[in-house]
Design a protein around this ligand. Structure first.
Ligand code: ADP
Ligand code: MG
Length: 387
């Protein structure tokens, strides 16, 4: 069965609840479909500009066909959208395989599931090799490479600090941690205290209480895995998304790619900073606007600077990264957010990363509340398929 957009062009065929932050689609300037992870400050629109005839023709026949599967995973939502699915596609089989694949990845990498492979590694106090799956090793290895290249700004052993600040599975924050608690948690953090071995696949802690948190990279990894799965079904034109991390491939009948709009963070007026053509590429955004808590009017981000042991506190509103692998984009978006607008941007340019920074610009003479900066690689990649 092929699902077509209804008149409102909203789809939830998996029958699962949409994210509480999901908002109804808006028209801007052509019909667009909103991704679920929207927020007060920045939202990304999945602009289905290539599908104008279909959307314009909702309910009128003669449409391009769009199959959309949605559900919940990793504490957020996922969506898989397929344009012009192959005629022989078994939609139910695809939906089932997507769910199973996500459940499998969670069973390896979740810190919210006590029985996951990662949770068992975290719970173990052994300091010798701990056998794990090749998949978990691959993600930890990729994370270590980003730690290396970012001088530890990205650090998957930051879990004790994440938990201390109330963003992990164990604690919730009503009071701020004191200096002693931060110092004690910092002693347990350090990506060099985690060893990875490929054959046989295994992880090793240098100290018994090391705790690994893959939240900043696992969603990107899962997006890449779903893309591979979708392609195995013979699908060529798709957009996969988990919690706002994306991967798009393919063109519509007129040779146009998926377009993703990076929207201005205000809620009052809708305008876009940039439209990205997402063809065979991953995209991820980290920002100060989605997951934070507030004490005495002060906001505390869920992204921790391992160098201070505290939530990042600078004027970056968000960083969006494009990369061949969504996993890389995901990890680098967090790394650059930690490094901030100057050091982060300089490193992104130096490494040739495709990154787009949105900064708060309080007190700007023209009243413009945001400054944006794009690396050279971002300008090239984002525009490559637009024309
Ligand atoms: P965002 O989309 O804002 O990057 P993610 O969910 O991708 O959000 O990543 C944030 C999560 O990553 C945090 O909740 C925490 O578990 C973990 N984290 C926080 N700081 C770091 C860091 N410096 N390096 C790696 N992971 C981090
Ligand atoms: Mg991330």
């Amino acid at each position: 069965m092929i699902l077509k957009p209804d008149d409102g062009c909203t789809l939830n065929p998996a029958g699962l609840p949409l994210s509480p932050t999901a908002r109804p689609p808006v028209v801007l300037p052509a019909p667009v479909a909103l991704l679920p992870r929207l927020s007060r400050l920045l939202s990304i629109l999945s602009c289905l500009l290539p599908m104008l005839p279909m959307l314009a023709g909702c309910g009128q026949g003669n449409e391009q066909q769009l199959l959309a599967l949605r559900g919940a995973t990793m504490g957020t939502t996922y969506s898989v959208q397929v344009l012009e699915p192959p005629a022989a596609l078994d939609r139910n089989a695809l939906a089932k395989r997507i769910k199973t694949r996500l459940a499998d990845i969670n069973g390896l990498m979740s810190t919210y599931q006590p029985s996951s492979e990662l949770s068992r590694f975290n719970a173990s106090s052994a300091t010798d090799w701990f056998l794990v799956s090749p998949e978990l090793v691959a993600v930890v290895k990729a994370a270590r490479a980003v730690s290396d290249a970012s001088a530890g700004a990205f650090d998957i052993t930051v879990g004790p600090l994440v938990n201390l600040w109330g963003f992990g599975p164990t604690l919730s924050a009503d009071v701020l941690p004191n200096a002693g608690e931060i110092q004690a948690a910092r002693a347990r953090v350090g990506w060099r205290q985690l060893d990875v071995q490929l054959q046989p696949p295994a992880l090793r802690k240098a100290r018994p209480d090391l705790y690994v948190d893959l939240s900043a990279i696992a969603k990107g990894y899962a997006v890449d895995q779903l893309a591979t799965l979708v392609e195995a079904f013979g699908i060529e034109n798709y957009l996969v998304e988990i919690g706002g991390e994306l991967r798009g491939r393919g063109l519509n009948g007129r040779g146009e790619p998926w377009r993703i709009a990076i929207e201005r963070p205000e809620t009052s007026k809708r305008a876009m900073f940039r439209v990205v053509a997402l063809h065979d590429m991953g995209m991820a955004t980290s920002g100060d606007y989605r997951n934070f808590f507030e004490v005495d009017g002060e906001q505390y981000s869920h992204t921790i600077d391992p160098a201070t042991g505290e939530p990042v506190d600078h004027r970056l509103a968000s960083v969006t990264v494009l990369a061949a692998e969504t996993m890389q984009a995901d990890a680098w978006a967090t790394a650059l957010l930690v490094l901030g607008p100057e050091r982060g941007f300089a490193l992104a340019e130096q490494l040739g990363l495709a990154a787009f920074f949105i900064e708060h610009a309080e007190g700007a003479p023209d009243g413009e509340p945001f400054i944006t900066q794009a690396t050279a690689a971002f300008n090239t990649l984002s525009a490559a398929a637009l024309n």
